[in-house]
Design a protein around this ligand. Structure first.
Ligand SMILES: Cc1cc2nc3c(=O)[nH]c(=O)nc-3n(C[C@H](O)[C@H](O)[C@H](O)COP(=O)(O)OP(=O)(O)OC[C@H]3O[C@@H](n4cnc5c(N)ncnc54)[C@H](O)[C@@H]3O)c2cc1C
Length: 145
């Protein structure tokens, strides 16, 4: 279902989750996400708007998935041609976190078995960088979880 920024498909009709594409004003583009977190957050936004909030739904996409003993997380929209840097861990050790830059802007953080606290710090750093707050460099690399 094609929706506008407040997730409205037609007067009095709102959609959320896999079935909904909507205009995300944070990115200035239409998107549709097949992620559990998005389905939950968008449903809450759509219900709020149905009840009169009239707020655009403008999330930075995030998903996690457990694949056997590996937890994969991604925050942001990460195109294939980003400048990727490992900011924590090492693939050889079975856990690592990468930060992704595109056109000199931070666009996302990817985690492979990244400990939750570490991933949260990287996401907070990435969010600040996206908003143009002082963040001259990628977070310092650290081999400890
Ligand atoms: C195999 C698999 C693995 C996944 N793993 C992950 C993961 O690791 N991480 C992640 O973030 N996302 C994952 N996803 C995606 C995630 O499950 C979906 O994005 C999420 O469930 C979407 O929620 P939803 O409520 O939009 O749709 P759904 O969860 O599909 O719910 C739609 C519901 O509507 C019902 N329905 C359909 N038609 C009708 C009808 N005509 N009348 C009444 N009811 C109807 C369906 O039975 C269903 O219960 C996975 C998806 C699949 C298929």
């Amino acid at each position: 279902m094609e929706c506008d920024a407040p997730c409205r498909a037609a007067p009095g009709i709102y959609a959320a989750g896999d079935v909904a594409s909507w205009h995300n004003p944070h990115f200035g583009t239409r998107m549709r996400l097949e992620h559990r977190i998005n389905a939950t957050q968008q449903a809450m936004a759509a219900v709020g708007n149905l009840l009169g909030d009239a707020k655009p739904f403008a999330p930075v996409p995030y998903f996690w998935t457990d694949q056997y003993d590996t937890r994969i997380q991604a925050y942001g929209v990460i195109p294939p041609d980003t400048d990727m840097r490992i900011v924590h861990g090492d693939p050889v050790d079975g856990y690592f976190t990468t930060a992704h830059g595109h056109h000199r802007r931070v666009v996302g953080v990817f985690g492979w078995n990244t400990p939750p606290a570490r991933y949260a710090r990287c996401v907070a750093w990435s969010s600040n960088a996206r908003r143009g707050r002082p963040s001259r460099s990628y977070p310092r690399s650290a081999r400890q979880p």
